[in-house]
Design a protein. Structure first.
Ligand SMILES: Cc1ncc(COP(=O)(O)O)c(C=O)c1O
Length: 395
């Protein structure tokens, strides 16, 4: 089946093959030898949504390869404002700016927003680039590990308070969390916002995984109160939900008074790199991408349950908490009793995962597994991992 036919026929979303993914020539499936299942970088083995393919193909035909149209002429802030209001986040188009990618925005915010003299409190385990972004901004990280209790991770407010007492002036939140898949509750976000307010610091909330929340219920940080909206900056993008990170377009949501003006005053050289194709693709995703996303979520839901049940049935329920969001499984492989579980799995199970330590010190003994692949691949990869857990348990 041709790629555009697969994309049109949502019921056949799983007819995508690994050959199709390899033919993309992107990072995933290009790094490891052919016998290794690559479940690392957050790209999905799924056809791109038809509305996105259509606008990008049209843009290619029109040779839309110039510089990007300015934010206020692009129509994207209006579409994004409408999309965000569906998540109960009320923002005016004039409070939304485009940028090439979320991490670039994070570095810029860490350099320029609020008091940047102190360290950055980063809730861990977290997406590895958060730690890179802190370094790129010339600031020092203070890791704030989450607490793990009764089969789920929770924000640890004592640990956060300690970091704030030590002088942290910015807090980094990944909501929902990559890698642990938590969508934080209103109560958690309210308590978090009280702490941020008490210490009069700023919070950056990366909400790039919000579209990938199972059963809905995602709560944007800035939506919980006027106070939270004032002290936070929200970063998001269609790049994870619709699998288009190579198209180079993300969004900065500036809900604090004066923040949009402050953002506009930052050096233009640090904000470049947005692609006209990315603007078109993001508009199509936010306006017309929900049916595709619903279909993709059904596959991801099946995969997350399959992995969860396989570990539980094998007598290892401790390995995975069922993710509430994202297509990432955060696997506790301490029972393997090896120093580097990721390396071990590549060598012995021919499964590539992302090493846990990249997500902060709290990640030691863990790996992150990307389950956005045909179910047969995920089943095979999980069986391989389970068989090694069994071996070590017997050893
Ligand atoms: C939480 C999170 N933020 C940011 C990114 C990267 O986004 P971008 O390519 O827009 O920098 C990722 C990619 O996986 C992610 O998981």
């Amino acid at each position: 089946m041709k790629i555009d036919e697969i994309s049109r026929n949502l019921e056949n979303i799983e007819t995508w093959s690994l050959k199709d993914s390899r033919d993309r020539g992107c990072k995933r499936w290009s790094v490891y030898p052919p016998d290794v299942l690559d479940l690392t970088v957050a790209e999905m083995d799924l056809p791109i949504a038809e509305p996105i393919l259509e606008v990008v193909t049209d843009a290619v035909r029109r040779q839309a390869f110039g510089y990007p149209i300015p934010d206020f002429k692009s129509g994207l802030p209006e579409i994004a404002s409408n999309w965000l209001s569906g998540q109960n986040l009320k923002v005016k188009p004039s409070q939304i700016r485009m940028i090439a990618d979320v991490i670039k925005a994070m570095v810029l915010a860490l350099r320029h927003v609020g008091d940047t003299s102190g360290p950055v409190a980063v809730i861990t385990p977290t997406y590895s680039r958060f730690l890179d972004a802190i370094e790129a901004a010339g600031r020092r990280p203070l890791e704030v590990p989450m607490r793990h209790s009764q089969g789920r991770y929770e924000l640890d407010f004592d640990a956060l308070d300690e970091a704030l007492r030590k002088g942290a002036t910015t807090v980094l939140l990944c909501n929902p969390s990559n890698p642990v898949g938590r969508k934080y509750s209103a109560a958690e976000l309210e308590t978090l916002s009280e702490a941020i307010d008490r210490y009069n610091v700023r919070l950056i909330s990366d909400e790039i995984h919000a579209p990938l929340t199972y059963g809905g219920g995602f709560i944007p940080y800035a939506s919980i109160s006027r106070t939270a909206a004032q002290h936070s900056i929200t970063l998001t993008s269609a790049s994870k939900g619709w699998n288009i990170p190579g198209l180079r377009c993300a969004l900065v949501i500036l809900t604090g008074d004066g923040d949009a003006e402050m953002w506009d005053s930052l050096p233009r050289a640090a904000k470049g790199g947005i692609s006209p194709l990315g603007i078109e693709a993001t508009k199509a995703a936010l306006e017309h991408g929900q049916p595709w996303l619903d279909s993709a979520m059904r596959l991801l839901d099946r995969n997350r349950n399959l992995i969860y049940e396989k570990f539980a049935r094998a007598g290892h329920p401790e390995v995975l908490d069922l993710p509430e969001s994202t297509y990432l499984a955060w696997l506790d492989l301490n029972s393997l009793s090896v120093t580097d579980p990721s390396k071990y799995l590549i060598e012995h199970a021919k499964v590539a995962t992302t090493p846990g330590e990249e997500h902060g010190r709290a990640g030691t003994g863990f790996v992150r597994l990307n389950f956005a692949s045909p179910t047969a691949i995920i089943e095979d990869a999980t069986d391989r991992i389970v068989s090694h857990l069994g071996k070590n348990a017997l050893a």
